[in-house]
Design a protein. Sequence first.
Length: 196
Amino acid sequence: MEGREEGDPGYDDWFDEPEALTESQSGANRGVYEDVEEVWVLPGEDAPRERGPRGEIAIGNWTLTTTQAAIIAVSVIALVVAILAATGTFSSSKAALPPVVTTHTPTVTITTTATTSSTPTTQAPQQTLKPGDTGEQVKILQGALKTLGFDPGKADGDYGPSTQAAVEKFQLSKQLAEDGIVGQQTLAALQQALSG
């Protein structure tokens, strides 16, 4: 190859130490700019040379080929991308939403029929009663009075003063004689009030 000195390896040595400053480069004139066109010279060369076919780039005391400069540039870009990826710049901050699932529930219609019994839930006594009577028919009377809103006290089967007072209040509400005795008229009024 033309223009190369003996001992020149034919490639740039990046780790080559720069040569020490010469007397003209150091001393009193150091740092003084002269009206001289500055020319970049490789270490060990005496005269400037034109850029060769390899397209070399001189930076400071180093000369880089375009391939070496491209490798450095790609390395720097790769390092920047790696740093950005490590900090999460390229990841989205939104969590993925679960898919929407729709289910169809069949409509069920339940039809109920109300049944009415011919016998009321609370019955009226089957016989006439008077104060002093006891037994099951008196308990039925007490339950009927309580259902209709005339409280006879405890349903104990004893036709006492509280049951008599409740019968009198019922008779008054139905415009019957207030005698406290469950006769035929009072008995019929009780049966009618419980069935309606």
